[in-house]
Design a protein around this ligand. Structure first.
Ligand code: SF4
Length: 249
C-alpha cells in the first residue's frame, strides 16, 4: 500500500502503528516501489500469506477483537483491500467486521473507483472509517491505475459526503499548477506527504517544489502530515547504487 507508517495511527498493539490484515493473497498492482515484495523475500510467513488468490481466514478476521475505542487502525497495509481482483464478498465481510468494532480505521487503496462501485452495489463504507487513496502524483509514472481516474474517483466520493484522505507517498514529479487544484477539489480531511524511503529510483520532484505544494495545501486549510521530506535522489545515482549493490560495477 503506502510507505509505512502514519503517525496518527495508534500504537497500542504494534510499535510501528496499529494494523489489521484480514486479507491474504497477492497484490496485483505490482508497484515498482512495493515493500511487501521485499518482505516476502525475507519472511516465509509473509510470502505464504501474500501469495495466491485473495482469501480470508477466521484467525486473521478475528484479530479485530483486540482493538478498542482508543485505537486508530490501518486496514490491509500489505495488499489493496479494494483492488479490482478482490471479490466483493470478501470486502463486505471485512467491512462488516470493521463496522462492528469500536475503533477508528484508515482504509487505503490505489483503486478508489472500487469504493464507488461498492456503494452502487449497496456496500457502504462504515462510519468509523476514513476512505484513503494513495496518489503519488497527478502524472502517470508507474502503475496501472491512471492518476486522473484516482483523483476523479476521490472527488466523487468526497462529494457524496464520505470523509477522505490522500497519501501522496512516495511522491513523484507532479504538475504544481494542477495537482494542488485537484487536491483542493477533493477536500480531504488530511493528506500525508513523503518521499520514497527505499532508493527505488523514482522520478522525484525537487524538495522546494514539494514544500511549495505543502504550503499551498495548508493555505487552503488542508491538514498535511509531513513524512520523509528530503532533497530528491538523482535517478542516475540510484542506478549506480543498485549496480554497486549487485556487484555490476
Ligand atoms: S499497492 Fe501496496 S502492496 Fe500492492 S503492489 Fe503497490 S505497494 Fe505493494
Amino acid at each position: 500500500m503506502s510507505e509505512r507508517m502514519f503517525s496518527f495511527l495508534s500504537r497500542n498493539h504494534k510499535k510501528t502503528g496499529d494494523t489489521y490484515n484480514p486479507l491474504g493473497g497477492e497484490c496485483q498492482h505490482k508497484c515498482q516501489y512495493c515493500y511487501v515484495k521485499t518482505l516476502k523475500k525475507m519472511f516465509p510467513g509473509v510470502r505464504e500469506k501474500y501469495s495466491g488468490i485473495p482469501r480470508i481466514k477466521d484467525k486473521w478476521l478475528n484479530e479485530i477483537k483486540q482493538f478498542t475505542k482508543d485505537d486508530y487502525v490501518f486496514v490491509c497495509d500489505m495488499t489493496d483491500l479494494f483492488g479490482y481482483w478482490v471479490p466483493t464478498q470478501l470486502i463486505q465481510t471485512i467491512l462488516d467486521a470493521v463496522r462492528k468494532s469500536p475503533a477508528k480505521f484508515l482504509l487505503l487503496t490505489k483503486y478508489p473507483q472500487r469504493y464507488l462501485d461498492l456503494i452502487s452495489l449497496g456496500v457502504h463504507i462504515p462510519q468509523n472509517c476514513i476512505a484513503g487513496c494513495t496518489i503519488e502524483s497527478d502524472i502517470d509514472h508507474l502503475i496501472t491505475v491512471p492518476a486522473k481516474n484516482r483523483l476523479q474517483a476521490m472527488a466523487d466520493l468526497s462529494s457524496m459526503g464520505y470523509p477522505v484522505m490522500l497519501s501522496i507517498e512516495p511522491i513523484m514529479k507532479f504538475d504544481l499548477a494542477r495537482f494542488p487544484l485537484w487536491i483542493a477539489k477533493i477536500k480531504p480531511e488530511f493528506v500525508a506527504v513523503g518521499y520514497d524511503n527505499y532508493n527505488n529510483g523514482l522520478p522525484e520532484p525537487e524538495l522546494k517544489t514539494t514544500l511549495h505544494l505543502i504550503e499551498l495545501l495548508e493555505k487552503s486549510g488542508i491538514k498535511v502530515y509531513r513524512k520523509t521530506l528530503r532533497e530528491k535522489n538523482d535517478v542516475q545515482d540510484c542506478e549506480k547504487e543498485e549496480e554497486a549493490k549487485t556487484g555490476l560495477t
